[in-house]
Design a protein around this ligand. Structure first.
Ligand code: ADP
Length: 399
């Protein structure tokens, strides 16, 4: 069984070819600059193939990926017939989708109806699905949503304290994202804990986009992102939580309209906005070491924001059994982990500085032996969740 995993963005397209049973990845890659010119980076057997290509639309990009998988230097399978199913990452499933779903016309219609909630992402995801249906008409497509894992949040956690009509009319509420990552990491953490009942886990997914989730007995009960991914933590270019009064004042002072201010909050804020240097934490850490005060401020703000969410989720969970770090920052930055965990001894979270500073790539426990709760670093694997869900849905449908 091989699953082709597709994550279609507005001008890029990430893919993987994976066996969902053995977790073996045969190839992975990305098409970038779609609609501009086009580049394909294709990784297979520890090698990378880079191709400049003419990719006017996503259709040419997917055609090129399928050609590369089945022929020439990057070939890993004999024909497209070796692919049994296609798993699509879809950003927003709203309240309509509570699990990963086999795609048919009515599913596409429902994802289209959710476009106002995710105007940047859902259209690209739908495009990816439709092109695969056209190019591989006999293969099942499964939609795996970023929001589904958080559909278990109780109403008092997901509601905004706006007039109730706003929820009734437009479904304005918190949805949360990074669901496949929070699911994968919390599930791994549960298997690493001695305790099997009443498990209270906090997952910090820290990448270019970041979110924290409180997971009780394997179910998300709260998460830091909201109706859209801009809410919550300070991120690479997203502002996170900012009071609406400050936004309104900035709009008035600068004469900005709603689209301009949304663009600023999504693309020009966060680590980039504060440091003025980069959205990439590595570069900002370097800046800090060279004495750049705004880089120092950005790093302190990032860590402080995470720590505040961790503290509030210990309260939401009535305690904590494991705090998990994942994503590019969570997996690699010992400094951010250290600042976040400093002073959390009273909550039962005691970091071991030696374990924290060891450069390793596997899932590991970095708490002291006597720490009441565990602190885990767990590399995320969102593609595995997409491949596995796709496999499960297709098997269920075949039975
Ligand atoms: P995405 O959300 O796009 O998948 P990643 O999960 O790859 O992103 O995370 C990217 C972030 O991880 C960047 O801010 C990058 O600087 C940071 N990062 C990667 N390696 C390190 C490292 N060794 N130390 C600090 N930050 C790192």
């Amino acid at each position: 069984m091989l699953v082709f995993i597709l994550n279609a963005g507005s001008s890029s397209l990430k893919y993987q070819l994976m066996n969902p049973v053995t977790k073996e990845v045969l190839a992975s890659g990305i098409c970038e600059r779609i609609g501009i010119d086009g580049i394909l980076r294709h990784e297979f057997e520890d090698r990378e193939l880079k191709l400049d290509a003419n990719l006017p639309t996503h259709k040419e990009a997917i055609e090129l990926v399928l050609r590369t998988l089945t022929s020439g230097e990057g070939k890993v399978i004999d024909s497209i017939d070796d692919i049994q199913a296609i798993g699509h990452r879809v950003a927003h499933g709203g309240e309509a989708f509570k699990k990963s779903t086999l795609v048919d016309d009515s599913v596409i219609e429902k994802i289209e109806e959710l476009i106002p909630l995710a105007p940047l992402h859902n259209p690209a995801n739908i495009m990816g699905i439709k092109i695969c249906q056209e190019l591989m008409p006999d293969k099942p497509n499964v939609a795996v949503f970023d929001t589904v894992f958080h559909q278990t949040m109780p109403d008092y956690a997901y509601m905004y304290a706006l007039p109730y009509d706003q929820y009734k009319k437009y479904k304005i509420r918190k949805y949360g994202f990074h669901g496949t990552s929070h699911y994968y990491v919390s599930n791994e953490a549960r298997s690493m804990l001695d305790k099997k009942r009443n498990t209270r886990i906090i997952v910090c997914h820290l990448g270019n986009g970041s979110s924290v989730t409180a997971v009780l007995n394997g179910k998300s009960i709260d998460t830091s992102m909201g109706l859209t991914p801009v809410q919550g933590l300070m991120m690479g270019t997203r502002a996170g939580d900012v009071g609406v009064g400050a936004i309104r004042y900035m709009m008035k002072q600068e004469g900005l309209d709603i689209d301009q201010v949304t663009n600023i909050m999504n693309k020009k804020s966060g680590i980039l906005g504060i440091s003025g240097k980069s959205s990439d934490l590595r570069e900002v850490l370097e800046g800090m070491q060279q004495g750049d005060e705004r880089c120092r401020l950005a790093v302190d703000m990032v860590a402080y924001n995470i720590k505040k969410y961790v503290g509030s989720y210990v309260a939401a969970l009535d305690g904590v059994d494991a705090l998990c770090f994942t994503g590019g920052i969570g997996e690699n930055s010992a400094l951010i982990r250290e600042i976040v965990c400093t002073g959390l001894d009273g909550m039962g979270l005691v970091l071991d500085p030696i374990k924290n500073n060891k450069k390793k790539h596997n899932a590991r426990d970095i708490a002291t032996n006597s720490s009441a709760a565990r602190i885990f670093v767990i590399p995320t694997n969102e593609e595995y969740v997409i491949a596995h869900d796709t496999y499960d849905v297709v098997r269920e449908f075949a039975d």
